[in-house]
Ligand binder design. Structure first.
Ligand code: NIG
Ligand code: FE
Length: 391
């Protein structure tokens, strides 16, 4: 039998199980303990009732919560876009066109360079409490470069997304239909074995609703499940298409009509909000309050990429969501943990309940509220992933 460890002296424990805790969505337990057996959570409850275990760790009055589930990132890339960021901060607006700069740098990079970059950003995210991440291709846009990106990503996570439909690359500028045929044909054949998900950037300057439907439907027929970049820069068909195709998540959701919100509220598609993108593009914030009040499940993620959101920090996104998107601290913490798990259709992460993976983090703070209350402060002191203490 694998050895068991109890973490005791936890001031506030976030379980994300209402029934295990105080009945709230976060399922809070004060003066709590968690027992880990192997890579799983075996028990959570009040410290005084903790069962005997082989090992004991004193949390020193910290807060413990599930590790963050970052369900949207673009981490296989080379180069950076400092100049574009500088131009934006001098008044230029963000467009999909900047993606081409990263496509050129990524195509020119070696496998080793891409791998080193990915490893570096993953380590950065892990230090800040991310224990599960999804990541995408989308900066290769040739059969070989997309398949290579997915292969590199798949060595680090199960949550790999084929985003051959990020933009129409310059080499196909005169014939976008031929690019859609490639994405749904030869490129899909090469990429499907390495991915769980298929994604499309459905936006003016990228792919329209009909193209997005064709691409996601082709992916579904190959066993990939859809997710979509939708309604980021303008109103459009992406969100309703996501619900129609039972996409796990519609991501960005910045420009929504009432019909879009109704569709999300009546479907099983999670709305993933990515405040790092609005921060870094000086764009209007998505209205999380409107979505939550309508009963939509909301996830919060980083969108970490060199163009629109170059942050790997979920705590930063929580602080933005609370300050500028109408979320309470409790809602934002739920969305960055259980919400991210829902956006990946996972029930074995994002919660600290018996049987879930022992992915948990400790904060040097008396409660989870400090993640928003103390913005920019590195509160994450300890990370366990699959039951193993990191660092
Ligand atoms: O999610 N919107 C599309 N894709 C990314 C940005 C990619 C880039 O600018 O390099 C996003 O924001
Ligand atoms: Fe994105």
């Amino acid at each position: 039998m694998s050895s068991s460890t109890v973490i005791t002296n936890i001031a506030t424990l976030v379980t994300n199980s209402p029934s295990l805790g105080d009945g709230s969505p976060l399922g809070l337990i004060q003066d709590a303990a968690v027992v880990i057996e192997g890579d799983r959570v075996a028990w959570t409850g009040e410290s005084s009732k903790a069962p005997a275990t082989d090992n004991r760790v004193d949390a020193g009055g910290r807060t413990v919560l599930p590790g963050f589930v970052d369900s949207h990132s673009h981490l296989v890339f080379a180069g950076d876009r400092t100049q574009e960021f500088n131009a934006r901060m001098s008044g230029r607006s963000y467009t999909a066109g900047g993606i081409r700069t990263t496509v050129a740098a990524t195509r020119a990079a070696t496998d080793e360079e891409l791998e080193a970059n990915l490893t570096r950003y993953l380590a950065e995210a892990l230090r800040q409490g991310t224990t599960t991440f999804e990541t995408k291709s989308g900066y290769g846009l040739t059969v070989a470069d997309e398949a290579r990106a997915l292969r590199i990503a798949a060595a680090h996570t199960d949550e790999v997304t084929y985003l051959g439909a990020h933009i129409v690359p310059p080499d196909f500028a005169d014939d976008p239909a031929a690019y859609v045929s490639l994405v749904t044909g030869e490129m899909l054949d090469a990429c499907a074995p390495h991915a769980r998900w298929i994604d499309v950037f459905c936006e003016k300057g990228a792919f329209d609703g009909d193209q997005a439907r064709a691409i996601l439907t082709a992916g579904k027929a190959r066993g990939l499940h859809p997710r979509i970049h939708a309604n980021q820069l303008s109103y459009g068909p992406g969100v309703q298409l996501a619900v129609e195709l039972d996409a796990a998540s519609a991501d960005h959701c910045t420009h929504l009509t009432d019909a879009d919100v109704d569709a999300l509220a009546n479907g099983d598609t999670v709305a993933t909000l990515l405040p790092g993108a609005e921060f870094s593009t000086r764009a209007e914030w998505p209205d999380a309050r409107r979505l939550l009040d309508a009963g939509v499940t909301v996830a919060l993620s980083t969108d970490c990429n060199p163009g629109s959101s170059f942050t790997s920090s979920v705590p930063f996104c929580i602080a933005l969501a609370v300050r500028d998107m109408g979320m309470t601290p409790d809602e934002a913490v739920w969305s960055a943990t259980a919400g991210g798990a829902a956006a990946l259709r996972r029930t074995d992460i994002g919660r600290l309940t018996p049987g879930a993976y022992a992915d948990l983090i400790a904060l040097d703070a008396p409660s989870h509220v400090h993640l928003a209350y103390r913005p920019g402060v590195p509160l994450v002191t300890d990370v366990w992933r699959r039951g193993v203490r990191q660092g």
